[in-house]
Design a protein around this ligand. Structure first.
Ligand code: XMP
Length: 511
């Protein structure tokens, strides 16, 4: 396994993704991980990530010098290269040579990350740095150079220590993966045998050990990918000692409850208890129009209902959660305190009072790995590739007051959106597509009748991570079909508008 020390680059997770794509297990840790912890982790190689700071700036992050005493190959990327130079006696030139974007690097020596190339090869790379190395530390030599960086790639003459001024982990360095592969397979001598099948066997063992022979586990199912995969994995490990709980909070999508039941009960025979809490949620939501208020109510009610339902599960000692790796990575933050735009209530953050021990079988995985795992466990494609759906559900897609009648409108409109987007083969391309009901009525005409009914928004966005998003360029004929179906089939909606705002300045959801 490989150790990645995170100096705060926005690309650190990408390094981990690339390494894992090569079939090599790796973990991201804080930059100053102490020597003892590094020893305990026993890495076959260490990668120092990039980072936004300047190694010359006071207080900028450092790694333990043990990194260079551990006797394993080290690859410094960008800040990692500068830090290597700084720690081993080189010199850094601040700021004068900022470089952002594509550059061409000439391979001088086919060693380390460049082992798969030949001297003289021109390699396209992605640069993104302010400082650069001015004088290499003793014992180092350039193995690649670019017009702007005489030390675009460097290596120690005799030790397996390398540095790259550019980012091999991003797609704009098309041969970046070959560089990582060369470093991992030649220098670190790892084999690339880490697969999802192997992961399942290991995870099953770990769960059995943690839970013991008798232990019982409760798992909250939301119908989303993460909790579904976590549940299936647990079921494989402990069978009927798993008890899933699904809360129908009244703000689910059409057929959602039936789908979850069909999948888990009929198909996988997972013990599932559905709690019908529709009335309870809706009565608490009555008259509430403030989005944050809605979130708080739903979060609070969920915890209460879940707690009650789990009390009936005899001898439960564990609570399973679908926590993913990005939520647990310890890393440096160079950003100031961030402002709460929306408080996201997920099935996470559950009752501390429940005194249950946590089982988090996905805490080492990235989202795309969870999908691969889901497929491996037999989860059908439509669940594996499911678009995200917010915890507060349709409550934040009915703007203004939430009641049965308005929920019914948005639910039916949304079902049409889902059907048509799937039908058009756009489900994958689009990050999310859904309907929002506005608290606005407008005049229309149907037959010879005047109507005065609700307005529905069609929202469809493309995005990589939900942090930023652009409105999806859905072809007109599909927009037309969705609009005409909604106005024809959903009595009470006489107008459909298409949201063409990006995030920022808008957000994906309307509330
Ligand atoms: P926004 O609207 O903030 O959404 O651009 C970003 C992503 O988060 C989802 N979202 C939520 N998910 N609880 C959730 O579990 C929430 O309260 C919540 N609000 C937004 C949204 O669907 C999108 O994928």
């Amino acid at each position: 396994k490989i150790l990645i020390l995170d100096f705060g680059s926005q690309y650190t997770q990408l390094i981990a993704r690339r390494v894992r794509e090569l079939g090599v297990y790796c973990e991201i840790h804080r930059p100053d991980l102490p020597a003892d912890d590094i020893r305990k982790y026993a890495p076959r190689g260490i990668i120092l990530s990039g980072g936004p700071a300047s190694v010359e700036a006071p207080g900028s992050p450092r790694c333990d010098p043990y990194v260079f005493e551990a006797g394993v190959p080290v690859l410094g990327i960008c800040y990692g290269l500068q830090l290597t130079a700084k720690l081993l006696g080189g010199r850094i030139d601040r700021g004068a040579h900022r470089e952002f974007g594509s550059a061409s690097v000439e391979v001088l020596t086919a060693r380390g990350p460049f082992a798969e190339f030949r001297p003289g090869d021109q390699v396209q790379v992605w640069m993104s740095h302010g400082d650069r190395v001015d004088v290499l530390p003793p014992g180092f030599e350039a193995i690649g150079r670019s017009g702007n960086s005489p030390f675009a790639a460097a290596a120690h003459a005799t030790k397996p220590w390398y540095g790259l001024q550019f980012h091999p982990e991003v797609v704009h360095t098309p041969q970046g993966k070959a560089m990582l592969r060369a470093f991992l397979f030649n220098d670190c001598k790892v084999t690339g045998s880490w697969t999802m099948k192997g992961f399942i066997d290991e995870a099953v063992e770990i769960i059995r050990k943690q839970v013991g022979e008798e232990g019982r586990v409760i798992c909250g199912l939301s119908g989303g990918v993460d909790s579904s995969v976590a549940a299936l994995l647990l079921h494989r490990a402990i069978g009927p000692r798993l008890q899933c709980i699904f809360v129908d909070n009244g703000v689910l999508r059409q057929n959602e409850r039936a789908q979850v039941e069909a999948l888990f009960v009929d198909r996988f025979h997972v013990p599932l208890k559905t709690v019908d809490a529709r009335e309870r949620f809706l009565s608490k939501l009555a008259g509430v129009t403030d989005p944050e208020q809605k979130r708080k109510i739903i979060g609070r009610e969920f915890i209460a209902v879940f707690e009650e339902a789990s009390r009936d599960v005899q001898d439960a000692g564990f609570l399973a959660q679908g926590t993913l790796y990005p939520d647990v990575i310890e890393s440096v933050s160079w950003k100031g305190p961030s402002v709460t735009i929306k408080s996201h209530h997920n099935v996470g953050g559950l009752p501390e009072t429940m005194k249950l021990k946590l089982v988090e079988p996905l805490r080492e995985l990235f989202k795309d790995e969870v999908r691969v795992l889901g497929r491996e466990l037999g989860l059908p494609e439509e669940m594996v590739g499911r678009q995200p759906f917010p915890g507060p559900g349709l409550a934040i897609r009915v703007l203004g007051e939430v009641n049965e009648k308005r929920l019914d409108l948005v639910r039916r409109a949304d079902a049409i959106v889902q059907e048509e987007i799937l039908q058009a083969g756009l489900y994958r391309e689009v990050w999310q597509a859904f309907a929002v009901l506005l608290p606005v009525q407008s005049v229309g005409v149907m037959g010879d009748e005047r109507t005065y009914e609700s307005t529905c928004v069609l929202r469809a966005v493309t995005s990589v991570d939900g942090m930023t998003a652009d409105w999806a360029r859905i072809p007109y004929p599909i927009l037309e079909k969705i609009s005409s179906r909604i106005t024809n089939e959903v009595r009470g909606i006489n107008r459909v508008v298409y949201d063409i705002s990006s995030k920022p300045p808008a957000t994906i959801e309307w509330e």
